[in-house]
Write a protein that binds this ligand. Structure first.
Ligand code: 5GP
Ligand code: ZN
Length: 113
């Protein structure tokens, strides 16, 4: 998808802070983090959202999410985490390339997701 910002990140046309990468996924820092340590897990293949992603790929993405979440917990030392995934404008989706948010939560951080 030529006009997709996450495809451009995956192709290397736009820089990103990448914390992990394998053949299928890229894990990047959110450019406008809701909280310290906010990351996005992005499949390298373009799917708009949950309505068109290959189900088995979504399964592998969630397996990776558990591993990343535990590693982040160890490194950053938080105890709480939101896993978020938006589909469609009304649901808050702004980038139409499937992605999963991992958002660490801290006592009294005051953020409203
Ligand atoms: P959505 O609202 O679609 O669930 O989430 C899109 C996310 O992508 C937002 O949290 C937003 O901050 C993030 N984002 C938008 N543009 C960029 C970008 O160019 N680079 C990175 N790393 N994140 C982005
Ligand atoms: Zn894309």
């Amino acid at each position: 998808m030529s006009d997709c910002i996450f495809c451009k990140i995956i192709n290397g046309d736009i820089p990103s802070a990448t914390i992990y990468e394998n053949e299928e996924f890229k894990v990047i820092l959110d450019r406008f983090p809701a909280n310290e340590g906010h990351v996005l897990i992005v499949p390298k293949q373009h799917y708009s959202n949950i309505f068109d992603i290959e189900p088995a790929l979504a399964g592998r993405l969630f397996v990776l999410a558990t591993k990343i979440a535990r590693e982040m917990k160890n490194v950053l030392g938080f105890e709480h985490l939101n896993v978020m995934q938006n589909n469609g404008t009304v649901a808050g989706q702004t980038v139409f390339h499937f992605h999963l948010h991992l958002i660490p939560r801290y006592e009294n951080d005051g953020i409203n997701i």
